[in-house]
Design a protein around this ligand. Structure first.
Ligand SMILES: *Cc1c(COP(=O)(O)O)cnc(C)c1O
Length: 461
């Protein structure tokens, strides 16, 4: 029997996260008026220990024992060689799957949810609040807070709350309170309900409700949490790439091509950042971040200062952005519909170390179905973007007659997104591409904010 799966023992789990800010620099976050902000500005929203991580430039940060214990429920995650997919594509390329769907909520998101719940608990926080779109982040944080005995309140965008009931049920099973947003729980929610009783809701409204709920606790025992975009979130995810390096070293492999789908950037960062460190030191690897043509942040949007949320409550971050008011078309990859992109991932594109690409949803579902029929697992619609790019690269390797090693992040399974497969199989799924007009409009709006330096920024170089 050929070796299909490469595992690590629990003793071999990485004990530190890799912080890429030791090796690169970012344009600093700014307040609304364009002044640099200090860590204190966020202290009512996030606990100070996580804010310290957010601004740290220390290369390696120890993973606390209590975090490792919870991660060990499913980590180290396996790597699988996609022999059947390779055969179906008749490609000389070797394809390796780093499989993040084995976590209890079914995606990479609990890697940071567990760490965030732990640091909140360490800081004396009793209750966390967050928002969720399709429910992947909400369910990951519900699992994590339940492990550490912290209360959780989730504001879930109404349209998903009504149409995707199962992730809401997962949150309840793990002990969280989940409200349809706009809700009657907050002043902002009540105001919106009065003005627009039939609104489907939006992430922006849900974020505002979550932040209002956080700030309302006069005893200061409540904090907010974000599942992607921020530096500390990217860092918590690097356990993915650090495990992968150990696993591939066991079979004397090193990737030529690395691929991840990118919404806010966290699963892509988790797999690729430890390799980007090698690339900065001269290794030759092609590293691709793949997004939907319907929400082409890295491939078409300007690199600009913009808010992380729709209401303008966060600091201004230097990133590729379609504008914080951007309403993406209703594609099924809910996790890839964010208007911006992590400042770290954005800066790495500016630095020429990450190559962005975009793929339409029909091609991604076709890829997902081929994957399910060869390798068995039904991928999340987000993950299908990475798989579609893997297939493009494997076909290219065949044309060029090259035996490339392709590695990708299988960010999650699609068992709670089967309605999207149903639409694909019924031929009711559409191709969306953003028009240049929409992008020009975003550019126009973003001109009112300061312009970030758009040149490579390295540390000590
Ligand atoms: C949330 C999610 C994504 C997108 O988020 P990133 O921060 O870009 O990783 C991708 N895949 C799955 C399965 C997700 O749940």
């Amino acid at each position: 029997m050929k070796q299909k799966t490469i595992t690590l023992s629990q003793k071999e789990m990485p004990k530190q996260w890799y912080n890429i800010l030791a090796d690169m620099k970012l344009n600093p976050p700014l307040d609304k008026d364009g002044n640099p902000i200090g860590p204190e500005a966020l202290s009512k929203i996030f606990p100070m220990n996580l804010i310290e991580q957010e601004v740290s430039t220390q290369r390696w940060i120890d993973i606390p024992e209590e975090v490792l214990e919870v991660l060990s429920i499913w980590r180290p995650s396996p790597i699988t060689r996609a022999y059947n997919l390779e055969k179906a594509l008749d490609t000389p390329a070797k394809i390796y799957i780093k499989n993040e769907n084995v976590s209890p909520p079914g995606s990479h998101k609990p890697n940071t949810a567990v760490a965030q719940a732990y640091y909140n608990k360490e800081f004396g926080i009793k209750k966390m609040v967050t928002e969720t779109g399709a429910g992947q982040w909400g369910s990951a944080l519900a699992f994590a807070t339940q492990q550490f005995g912290i209360e959780l309140k989730v504001f879930m965008v109404r349209v998903s709350f009504d149409q995707k009931p199962y992730r809401k049920t997962m949150m309840k099973v793990w002990g969280a309170d989940c409200f349809s947003s706009p809700s009657n729980e907050t002043e902002f929610g009540r105001k919106i309900l009065k003005e627009m009783p039939d609104t489907p809701g939006s992430l922006g409204i849900a974020i505002s409700e979550a932040i209002e709920t956080t700030l309302e606790d006069k005893e200061g025992k409540t904090r907010y949490a974000l599942g992607s975009v921020l530096n500390h979130v990217m860092m918590h995810q690097t356990i993915i790439g650090l495990e992968t390096k150990k696993q591939l070293a066991k079979i004397n492999e090193y990737p030529d091509v690395i691929i991840g789908c990118a919404g806010g950037g966290s699963n892509f960062a988790g797999l690729s950042f430890p390799y980007i460190c090698d690339k900065m030191n001269g290794k030759k690897i092609d590293i691709y971040a793949v997004e939907p043509t319907a929400c082409p942040t890295l491939t078409k949007a300007p690199f600009a200062y913009d808010f992380g949320d729709a209401e303008g409550l966060t600091p201004l971050l230097a990133m590729y952005s379609l504008g914080h008011n951007f309403m993406p078309p209703p594609v099924h990859a809910g996790g890839l519909r964010y208007h911006g992109m992590a400042p770290t991932v954005s800066q790495l594109v500016v630095n020429g170390l990450v190559i962005p690409d975009s793929i339409g949803q029909l091609e991604t579902f076709e890829a997902g179905i081929l994957f399910a029929r060869t390798e068995g697992i039904i991928p999340a619609p987000e993950t299908n973007h990475a798989i579609a790019k893997v297939i493009r690269e494997a076909k290219k390797a065949k044309e060029e007659g090259k035996e490339k090693t392709i590695l990708f992040n299988f960010s999650g399974h699609g068992l709670i997104d089967l309605s999207s497969y149903e639409s694909y199989l019924n031929d009711s799924l559409k191709y969306y591409e953003l028009s240049d007009d929409v992008i020009a409009k975003s550019e126009e709006i973003l001109k009112q904010y300061p312009t970030p330096k758009k040149k490579p920024q390295y540390k000590n170089k």
